[in-house]
Design a protein around this ligand. Structure first.
Ligand code: SF4
Length: 702
């Protein structure tokens, strides 16, 4: 029997911000296989456990293939009409701010673009936020304060070329496994030193020279101490400070106020003085230092300050935008960065323009020929669901995300979804959130969709389809355009395909941008369908002379009003909610190696489930003994917001007084195990990102 020839399709993994290239093949019998793309510059052929199992997630099990109204199958015509009618009615009766979109870092850039255009340009509100708010909004705010725009200066090659990697609040080994493999490989080749700063001794700390298990939330103190130490030992790059920055003296003065004495810093951070000195000496001695930070920094009531405390140290040493050095925020989701490019956050405009600049608002409005351009920032995620609960948001459209379990204070979010007048949900499967949908809109999934994603190093890659779209599912951008047309905006949303959407996004980025804004992708505005189809992974922004590697800031230019990077004075603040007698343990939350988000995809793969098959709460032996708990006991975890159940896992990887619960399990996979139910909705004042890494809890035997 002659096998039907098959071709491999170059696409991108949909799980995390590393953005690995994947080659997908469909055999004649329909069997799908995947392997790493050796030509993709993010992974050079490697895939982690999740990426390797992608082929096992593309089946139709659990998919919803037809629109539903009130839980019953309906036609697209009726579903689209109902969504358009409910949104239009609410806007007419209560104004544009009475509606909201909550979207997702899983969506492709084209999906993000049209959702943003509809809400901000045509509905006339900025009440569109994304689950990226829970992931890296503090880094965005920190970048804007320091650099003027949301710039990630570094690239992945910096991990290959660093002599010191400082990993802050990042379990890179599990959460960005291919980046971790690149780092370990650099360590084997050039002896890169690794410092892990994390209250937990994670898998990442297995391969490090120094682990600093700092007290949760004391990152600002640690890095302010480093800044003060650099200054007191005359180890600053005065030339860079003088030529390319402003605000150094103010930042140093505030840092020195409480962090000039190493003994006080070590005590405040809860680490041995000798280890603090070792970290500072390593940083001082190593020009090629890269500081990689992630959710442990961002998911904090002071995440923006933490980001700036890290950036301050790199500016003070001139270690930015050059090989092997720089502050480097790595994102959790595959297209958080693409969302940032098109203004997916409630406080951003498209193409990194800003509500704070009236010229930007005017420019975006003119480009879109928008009848009703939003002129102020909208509600960020926590406030958006609060508004749905108090009745001020009357129509809400949730796309590709599961806030009923992933949002903090999830019990309140579920109550808000229940009471909201109208909820539409676009997704590929049923989730805890779809239970609250008045209308379900079946979306195309990975392997069926066509579009662009941007990874943590600003590299755009294509997600390409290799499977037919099943049933009546549709790509998200198409669903959004259909609703927009039904709301009376057909002309502005008459895109033939995803390439046409991307072309418009590229043209907007280039519009009236003669290089004064960093994010210029003007060379793409003429991109035809073929160029789009054959697009090779490329760094963005994308100037005409396209360099293979595109670091930012190394030339000393930053897109601030004065062209300089800004030191931001920051001081150590307390966590939002300290532990007390009623809730004596500090709960941290995070990811497991083989799971993704609320497990709607990875939870269907037996071999991924075999790594950790049920939710377990990590506790220090002393804390377990004090509660008469032993390994495997079922524990009842209560916070001021809700409760969860989990098995006890006793480990000295936890600091005494602290516990850790994975974020993945939800109602679909284990009753009452979601961390969202426990987490606090208290947010960082600048970024609106909630403090998911610290909530006071009590733990008792069930
Ligand atoms: Fe996918 Fe991230 Fe794993 Fe790469 S590291 S294969 S992008 S989950």
């Amino acid at each position: 029997i002659q096998e039907k020839p098959t071709t491999e399709v170059r696409t991108t993994c949909p799980y995390c911000g590393v953005g690995c290239g994947v080659l997908a093949r469909v055999a004649a019998d329909g069997t799908v296989t995947v392997r790493g793309d050796t030509d993709h510059p993010a992974n050079f052929g490697r895939l982690c456990s999740k990426g390797s199992a992608l082929a096992e997630t593309v089946g139709l099990e659990g998919r919803v293939l037809y629109p539903e109204i009130g839980g019953k199958q309906a036609s697209w015509e009726d579903a689209i009409n109902l969504v358009a009618q409910k949104f239009s009615q609410s806007i007419t009766e209560h104004g544009p701010d009475s509606v909201g979109f909550y979207i997702s870092g899983q969506m492709l850039t084209e999906d993000y673009y049209v959702a943003n255009k509809l809400m901000k340009g045509f509905i006339g509100s900025a009440n569109i936020d994304t689950n990226s708010r829970l992931c890296m909004a503090s880094s965005v705010a920190g970048h804007k304060r320091a650099f003027g725009e949301d710039i990630v200066p570094g690239v992945y090659e910096d991990l290959d070329e660093a002599d010191l990697a400082v990993l802050v609040g990042s379990n890179l080994a599990w959460c960005h496994p291919i980046l971790y493999q690149r780092l370990v490989s650099a360590r084997q080749k050039r002896g890169t030193k690794i410092v892990v700063i994390d209250p937990r001794r994670t898998a990442t700390a297995d391969e490090c020279d120094l682990h600093l298990p700092i007290r949760p939330g004391t990152d600002v103190l640690l890095f302010n101490g480093l800044l003060a130490h650099l200054a007191s030992h005359n180890l600053l790059d005065r030339s860079f400070i003088n030529s390319a920055t402003s605000g150094f003296e103010e930042a140093l003065a505030l840092a020195s106020a409480d962090a000039s004495v190493p003994e006080a810093v070590a005590k405040g951070c809860g680490i041995p003085l000798a280890d603090l000195h070792l970290f500072y000496e390593l940083f001082i001695a190593t020009d090629r230092s890269v500081t990689v930070y992630s959710q442990g920094v961002n998911q904090s009531a002071h995440g923006t300050d933490k980001t700036n405390a890290i950036i301050n140290c790199h500016l003070a040493t001139g270690r930015i935008g050059r090989p092997g050095m720089g502050p480097f925020s790595v994102t959790g989701q595959p297209n958080a960065m693409g969302g940032r490019e098109v203004g997916g956050l409630a406080n951003q405009l498209a193409a990194h323009m800003s509500f704070e600049n009236p010229q930007d608002v005017d420019r975006v409005g003119r480009f879109w020929n928008a009848p009703n351009i939003a002129r102020k920032a909208g509600l960020k995620a926590v406030d958006l669901f609060r508004a749905a609960g108090d009745g001020s948001i009357k129509a809400l459209w949730i796309m590709g995300t599961n806030p009923a379990v992933s949002m903090p204070n999830a019990g309140q979010v579920r109550a808000a979804l229940k009471s909201c007048d109208f909820v539409a949900v676009s997704d590929v499967t049923r989730t805890d959130t779809t239970r609250y949908a008045d209308v379900f809109l079946p979306a195309a999934s990975w392997g069926e969709k066509n579009g662009m994603v941007t990874n943590s190093e600003r590299r755009m890659s294509r997600q390409r389809p290799f499977l037919p779209v099943p049933g009546e599912a549709r790509p998200d951008w198409r669903i959004i355009c259909d609703v927009a047309a039904r709301m009376g905006f057909a002309g502005a949303f008459a895109f033939d395909d995803s390439a046409a959407v991307f072309r418009e996004h590229a043209a907007l980025s280039a519009f009236e941008n003669a290089g004064q804004r960093f994010f210029d992708i003007g060379t793409l505005d003429e991109m035809d369908g073929e160029a789009y189809d054959h697009f090779d992974p490329s760094h963005w922004p994308m100037p005409k002379a396209r360099p293979a590697i595109s670091r930012l800031g190394g030339d000393g230019f930053f897109p601030t009003a004065d062209g300089r990077a800004h030191f931001v004075p920051v001081r150590q603040e307390a966590v939002a909610l300290p532990t007390d007698v009623a809730y004596p343990l500090a709960l941290n939350t995070g990811r497991m190696r083989d799971q993704w988000h609320t497990m709607t995809r990875t939870g269907r793969v037996p071999r991924l489930m075999s790594h950790v098959s049920e939710p377990a709460i990590d506790m220090h032996p002393n804390d377990a003994a004090a509660r008469d708990l032993v390994d495997g006991d079922l524990a009842y975890v209560t916070s001021p917001y809700g409760f969860a159940r989990a098995k006890v896992n006793i480990t000295d990887a936890q600091r005494p007084g602290e516990a850790f619960l994975p974020m993945h399990w939800s109602g679909y996979f284990a009753a009452n195990a979601g961390t969202g139910a426990l987490s606090t909705p208290i947010c960082d004042a600048f970024s609106g990102q909630p403090e998911l890494k610290h909530v006071p809890v009590k733990i008792v035997r069930e």
